[in-house]
Write a protein that binds this ligand. Structure first.
Ligand SMILES: [Zn+2]
Length: 507
């Protein structure tokens, strides 16, 4: 997802701050939900829903109790393989009794209520919209499940709403039935995705459809007041085509964009990204769209082994976005983004953390700029270390090997090492696991018009890398290789130094 520009308090953070949260859900070892078949009957006026979820679950045959995350709803019945079983619902956990002695169960949960999280109503220029918003685990407000990024599953949703409402959701639309005064929509997502990327929205949308090639439908669901703004998304097929060539085939059978008045800039819901309603007309819709499209490969299909690996989703989407602009608009467009990616404000330095903590993390408190920009910078450094051929081969292999499966930071390092034949232990120790950032110590000697620099604390991991610094004096930018150690400048004004895509503390 992408943070909304200028918004300091994020949804997840504010939820965490306002209400006591149950502990982060961690699935029991060996549990794997393969498929969710979900039926919801939703009243958009009150958000009240009647739900039925059928889960196909693989698990160790010794498991006798399956904890599913579910919060704030009443459970009517739970069946395992057609038989009603005892359950306990406490502290956001639905504890389902399993018979034991079998490694696969079909679990059906029938539930109802008004969600206290995960489903919301909002307005954009007078138009009402009901939508779901799930990251990191608020999907538990409308769906019982294994709500952890490491357990992606295929998904189908049947959503009934009163007539006069239009609905869009994760997956390919497979039909709409008229039932008395209601409309029953059905979608199917045929490739696994994490449950935080399951979503739906109900409003009066203006729908524009195009295609990528002859086969992939690309649809824009914009709210009526902004229906003319679809032009801002015109490069969407080009972005999908670029990442398909770069990384491997697009995983889903359609790509939709849905305009939603939520707190994020965008959210990479599987096959149906949501973009913030206010982005349209600001010139920021396209870049947010590129970020969310990149996630369809990393985050939404190659999934995180754990929340601590969040940079493999957010840092990857951040860096892949710059790669699209490098391809489409040229190196200067990418360099400008790499400088911004590496730029550190006072606030950034005050909230600096290591990129990947050694222990478990709560995604609500771990969420910050770090997985995005520090993660993106590590990918840029790895590209410089490996060279383009090995780096892009490694990304393609990561996608090919881990599509529909969890990828950890450690597995990613091994894959990069195999592809390049290099030992990257030192690089990961300094740039991924260490809290402190290496320092770029600069010295300006105005009497000689000479700026010099040296890097400290990088353990020689930058040695010999083609890394650039942007040195700006009197509004003039000069690109100088880091390895030159200095530059002579024409003016007397103290210059400003910004690393291009490498995150260094500059003094
Ligand atoms: Zn993102």
């Amino acid at each position: 997802m992408l943070r909304r520009i200028g918004l300091v308090l994020m949804v997840g953070v504010s939820v965490a701050a306002c209400r006591p949260r149950p502990a982060v859900y961690v699935p029991p070892p060996g549990v794997d939900v393969v498929h969710y078949d979900v039926t919801l009957d939703l009243r958009p006026e009150t958000l009240y829903l009647n739900g039925r979820a059928r889960l196909e679950v693989r698990h160790p045959d010794t498991l006798t109790q399956l904890p599913l995350a579910l919060r704030g709803l009443e459970v009517d019945t739970v069946r395992v393989d057609e038989r009603i079983v005892p359950v306990r619902l406490a502290d956001g956990r639905l504890l389902v009794s399993l018979p034991g002695g079998q490694a696969r169960s079909r679990v059906e949960v029938v539930y109802r209520g008004e969600p206290d999280e995960g489903v919301y109503a909002g307005e954009h220029e007078g138009q009402r919209i009901v939508y779901s918003d799930a990251w990191p685990d608020r999907v538990r407000g409308w769906l019982p499940g294994v709500h952890h990024p490491s357990d992606p599953a295929t998904f189908e949703l049947t959503l009934t709403v009163p007539r006069g409402h239009e609905a869009v959701a994760t997956g390919v639309p497979v039909g709409v039935d008229t039932l008395g005064d209601g409309l029953r929509y059905r979608w199917r997502l045929g490739a696994p995705a994490p449950t935080y990327s399951y979503a739906f929205a109900v409003s009066d949308f203006a729908v524009t459809t195009t295609t990528l090639g002859d086969t992939l439908p690309v649809r824009y669901y914009l709210l009526a007041p902004d229906s003319a703004e679809a032009a801002e998304l015109r490069r969407t097929p080009e972005v999908l085509a670029y990442f398909s060539r770069r990384l491997g085939p697009y995983p889903f059978a359609q790509y939709a964009t849905v305009q939603v008045p939520f707190a994020w800039g965008g959210m990479e819901n599987a096959s149906a990204s949501f973009l913030n309603a206010d982005l349209f007309g600001t010139g920021r819709a396209e870049e947010t769209q590129v970020h969310e499209i990149a996630h369809q490969w990393f985050g939404t299909h190659v999934v995180l082994a754990d929340w601590r690996d969040l940079w493999l989703s957010e840092g990857m989407a951040t860096y892949l976005t710059t790669l699209f602009y490098e391809h489409a608009d040229g190196l200067d467009a990418a360099r400008a983004r790499w400088v911004e990616m590496a730029r550190l404000s006072e606030d950034d330095l005050a909230s600096l953390t290591e990129l990947v903590p050694r222990g478990p993390v709560d995604p609500n408190t771990y969420f910050s700029w770090v997985p995005y920009r520090r993660g993106g910078c590590v990918l840029h450094l790895l590209r410089r270390r490996l060279g383009d051929d090995a780096f892009f081969a490694a990304l393609r292999r990561a996608y090919q090997t881990y599509r529909g499966r969890p990828l950890s930071t450690e597995a990613f390092r091994v894959l990069l090492e195999q592809e390049s034949g290099r030992d990257l232990t030192g690089v990961f120790d300094v740039w991924v696991y260490r809290w402190e950032l290496p320092l770029l110590r600069t010295q300006w000697r105005p009497q000689r018009d000479r700026l010099t620099w040296q890097v400290e604390g990088d353990e020689r991991t930058l040695l010999g890398l083609p890394v650039l610094l942007e040195v700006v004096q009197d509004g003039q930018a000069h690109l100088v290789p880091l390895s030159e150690g200095g530059v002579t400048l024409p003016g007397d004004t103290p210059p400003r130094v910004r690393p291009v895509g490498i995150m260094l503390r500059v003094e």
